[in-house]
Design a protein around this ligand. Structure first.
Ligand SMILES: [Zn+2]
Length: 189
């Protein structure tokens, strides 16, 4: 897999929820439950760590079940909590592997950044408009000062896909626990 390392160094590993089994009746003590319009469904999501490559291969390397400890938990398990368990297992199993995590906006936040810094992992988090609004604001405010941070990239079989990248390094983000993180923002249009 060495030829697929990012920048010849990092293995890109995506972590995402998947494989949702849904039951109309309680299936076991660990089911997550959701009640809508008076009707309760029971389900078992899993969180998957997958080694992914630029040409579209994805190899599952670790799975963490999202499940409750018992029938009536005070707070249900969730993908975010499962993420911390999965990350700890991943670090233990591959302590020296240069890893770059690929995450969606659900995981955007101080605890994820701090954990990646602690484990010395790199990370990409795909942000939606609603994620980390202070980061969006600072990105838009600083960008006019760095108009050279722009690249037009043509891709696709006939180079028919045009992608416009804009980026800004060293954006500061203060999380809910007042920890400061320095991140880079990359926008693709
Ligand atoms: Zn169950």
């Amino acid at each position: 897999m060495d030829r697929y390392r990012l920048l010849d160094r990092y293995f890109t590993i995506s972590i995402d929820g998947t494989g949702r089994l849904v039951f109309p009746k309680r299936h076991c003590p660990h089911c997550l439950t959701r009640t809508r319009n008076g009707k309760t469904t029971y389900y078992h999501p899993v969180l998957e760590a997958k080694l992914v490559t630029p040409n579209g291969f994805a190899f599952s390397i670790m799975t963490e079940f999202v499940e409750n400890p018992g029938k009536n938990p005070t707070k249900q398990d969730c993908e975010l909590k499962a993420f911390y368990r999965l990350a700890a297992r991943l670090k233990k199993r591959f302590p020296r592997l240069p890893i770059c995590l690929l995450l969606d906006g659900l995981f955007a936040g101080g605890p994820t950044f701090a954990l990646c810094e602690q484990y010395r992992w790199k990370y990409f988090v795909v942000l939606q408009e609603s994620d980390l609004s202070s980061v969006h604001k600072e990105f838009e405010a600083l960008l006019p000062l760095a108009s050279e941070n722009h690249l037009r990239f043509l891709t696709g079989v006939r180079r028919e896909i045009q992608q416009d990248f804009r980026w800004m390094n060293d954006i500061s983000y203060v999380d809910s626990e007042n920890r400061e993180h320095t991140i880079a923002v990359l926008e693709c249009l």
